[in-house]
Each structure stands twice: as structure tokens, then as C-alpha cells.
Design a protein around this ligand. Sequence first.
Ligand code: PBG
Length: 331
Amino acid sequence: MFPIHRNRRLRTTESIRSLVRETIITPNDFMFPMFIAEGKDIQVEIPSMPGIYRRSIDLTVKEVKELWNLGIKAVNIYVKVSDNLKDNTGKEAWNPDGLMQQAIKAIKDAVPGMVIMPDVALDPYSVYGHDGIIKNGEIANDETVDALVRMAVSHAEAGADFVAPSDMMDGRVIRLREGLDKAGFHNVGIMSYSAKYASSFYGPFRDALDSAPKDSGIEVPKDKKTYQMDYANRVEAIKEALHDVEEGADIVMVKPGIAYLDIVREVKNAVNVPVSVYHVSGEYAMIKAAAERGWLEHDKVMIEQLHCIKRAGADIISTYFAKEAAILLNQ
Ligand code: PBG
């Protein structure tokens, strides 16, 4: 008690503060989400995500080499599929020569150490912009899971280290585990988007992939609330994470990040596997927009948020800031 304890003593100088600092972030903590486009020599900036590009495979590979040299060891891969390849079965998702499969191979060839975590969900391949197959106006759980298994196995065949189901169908983790094992991919891991909320913070991402749920004439849900979680819920996140661990998830994810750090801590305390957090597109866009207006100090806010995510319990942070933050941290 005061005056025996003067808590400010430990804050006196930067040297003392750095001695007692509880949370350290390094580029090894980050995964970088990347958007892949068809073609060659293509690099298109996403308007709602300044500094983030959709790139063709050749330029993606170049970027991945840079990330590797900065100390970033993992990438999340998302593809922008042309409209003529979209349908309600998602079959392009397991085309062995599809854009995703080609991207995985090219990255593996160029930077074998880079951990590749392709997204497993049907939305980029769906005419309706949904993560699953539509049947009788609903997102059909079990049919979708069958499709996801084929998709994940094709990712493994292309050389993925992990598959990352972001679809929120029930039972997909166990079915993916069984499917991967049956195909001989015992060492391909599963990072499950376990507590993924139906969030409006994904807007810029859906711009990037043109993957927002579409008004398509037939009776299809206009949002993802029948599979992604209600943002009002907390206990449900723990249930989802525990189920996924039981089903064989190697890593569980909470998404979004900053607005959901209470959930991150709860999940971290509940599970015995690493927890990853997705600092999502809308969270990125907010900082960029405020900084553009001179309302926030970009680098300071970025570094603070990344610390806060780790302090809350993240072992891994998937963030569009990975490259910029790595450059700063390496200085
Ligand atoms: C698709 C997917 C989404 C994100 C990651 N995977 C969008 C969605 O569920 O609608 C969002 C990521 C972000 O906003 O940065 N299954």
C-alpha cells in the first residue's frame, strides 16, 4: 500500500518499462491475409483498404518473398473468382488447376518455409455470395460440409500447410480432419474460424473479393446470420471453440479482433490450443481512414492495437497491418 508501494516507480524510464513489459509483439506473431486475382502482372488496390492489393500470382509470389524477409511466417489466402466460374455447388473450389490451388503451389515453390493457410468457404465461388450451398432457401449444412472436404483436400494436394475453414457450418472440423487423414494428409493442420461473428466489419473484405451476399431473385438469406454468430453472444463462442478443439482443430480463431477482445480472453482461458485472432478488414479501414484525415496517429494506433490483441490472449494475429508493423518492429 502507498507509500510503501509507488506503482509509478516501474514506469519511471523506458528502460524500466521495457524490463517489466508483459506483452511483446514480433513479426513472428503475424499472419498476412492476401487476395489473389487471375492474370499476370496485376495489382489492384482495394479502395476501402488503402495499401492492400489484389494481386496476380506472379506479383503475390514477389510479395511473399518480401514478407518472408521481414520475418512473417504465415499467409492467409483468398481468391477473387470470375463470375463465370461461380455456381451453387462451389465446384470450382476443388478444381486442381483453380486459382487457389495454383497460388498455393506457386508460393510453396518460391518460399517453402512460408506457412500457407488457404480459406475454406464457398463464398468466393457462390453465385449467391454465401459460404455454403443453398437448398430450399437455406444454407444447407451437411451438403456444404461435403463440398468443403473436397475443397480442403485439394488445398492439401496443392501444398497447403493448414486449411482454414471460415464457413461456420456445424461439424466441418471433424469431417475435414477425417477427409484429410483419409487422403493421407495427417500433417496438414486445421485452423478453425471457431468464433466467427456475423459482423459488419467485413465490408471491405467483401469489396475485395466481390463476395457479398447478393440479391439474386430467388429466396436467399440477405446476410450470414444463420451460420455466423450473433455478436451479442459470449458463452456460445466458448462452446464453438471447445467443439472445434474436440473435433480436431489445431488452432482456433476469434473474429473480428478489436471489438471482440473479451471473447479472445474467454476462449484463450477455455482451450489448450493456440488462439488466433483476425484483425479484420473493417478494423483496418477505420484506422486508415482516421489517419488519412489526420485524426489518429497511424503507426502508434496500429502498434497499440496489435499489442492489445496479443495481451487479450492471441497467440497469432491475422492482420492487414502485418507488413507495415513488421517493417516498424524491425527498425
Ligand atoms: C469468407 C471470409 C470473410 C472474411 C474472411 N473469410 C467474409 C465473410 O465471412 O463474409 C472476412 C475477413 C475480413 O473482413 O478481413 N468466408
